[in-house]
Design a protein around this ligand. Structure first.
Ligand SMILES: Nc1ncnc2c1ncn2[C@@H]1O[C@H](COP(=O)(O)OP(=O)(O)O)[C@@H](O)[C@H]1O
Ligand SMILES: [Mg+2]
Length: 238
């Protein structure tokens, strides 16, 4: 059982791709409803950490504990972690081409336990409602990211992992997605956001973690990161 009261608790996790030792003892806690930014250079191990936390097979978690609401996620397979309410939106967004926006949403709703109804999703994402019959892959990058987040909400999630949601999006679209993520936060959904666009991620984040070579080298508030020039230069290139 969990020894502390954190909603999501990561304790000394280690993970490998084959022989490659990538996640090298990562620990952090996330409170319910919080947005945590997980930052760091390219290749720092951010995606690998999210994948290990979502219990995806690769990288293989070899050591450490992960608790969601006291449930031992480290003992789960990926589908069990998904059923427990962990949702990873990968960098490529996994929009299914050849299917409409609505069909993409319906596919997510097939999974149990169910989250939002389709109409509620359209209320919160009117742009998706307007495009419900459009082939999802023909939408803009920003719209596809909206759909990726909406699909996550169609399931009954407890924690959302977003891997570079702003990648490839124009600044004005980034702002639109930011609004959506603020709304997601106002619904009480806990989020870990991985971003190369550190400034944008820090705008939303309650807490920031910086990863380097598979280890956390800094933890603090968003303001502490922005105020620390050396940290920004060394790890974030901002
Ligand atoms: N499937 C894989 N097999 C082997 N090594 C990988 C694989 N995916 C990523 N890596 C390596 O793991 C390290 C961390 O990668 P990643 O987690 O993708 O970093 P980030 O998301 O921070 O850019 C890198 O050195 C990368 O080359
Ligand atoms: Mg990555």
């Amino acid at each position: 059982m969990s020894e502390n009261n954190a909603f999501f608790s990561v304790r000394d996790i280690h993970a490998y791709y084959g022989e490659s030792y990538i996640v090298q003892g990562v620990s952090f806690d996330v409170d319910e409803g919080e947005i945590v930014a997980l930052l760091g250079r390219n290749g720092a191990g951010k995606t690998s950490t999210l994948r290990a936390l979502a219990r995806v097979d690769n990288p293989k978690l070899t050591k450490g504990e992960i608790y969601l609401n006291g449930q031992a996620v480290h003992e789960m397979k990926s589908f069990e972690a998904a059923q427990a309410g962990i949702q990873l939106v990968p960098e490529d967004r996994r929009i299914i081409g050849g299917l409409t926006v609505e069909e993409n949403l319906i596919l997510s709703q097939v999974a149990e336990p169910k989250g939002w109804e389709i109409e509620k999703i359209y209320d919160h994402f009117p742009r998706l409602g307007e495009r419900r019959n459009q082939d999802a892959i023909t939408m803009s990058g920003g719209e596809q990211q909206m759909l990726a987040v909406a699909r996550a909400l169609a399931r009954d999630i407890k924690i959302l992992f977003l891997d570079e949601p702003y990648e490839g999006l124009a600044p004005v679209i980034v702002e639109e997605i930011e609004k959506i993520l603020m709304e997601v936060r106002s619904l009480g959904i806990t989020t870990i956001i991985v971003e190369q666009n550190a400034v944008a991620a820090l705008k939303l984040a309650d807490k920031a973690l910086i990863l380097d070579m598979g280890e956390i080298v800094f933890r603090g508030t968003a303001a502490e990161v922005l105020d620390n020039k050396e940290l920004r230069h060394e790890y974030l290139a901002i």
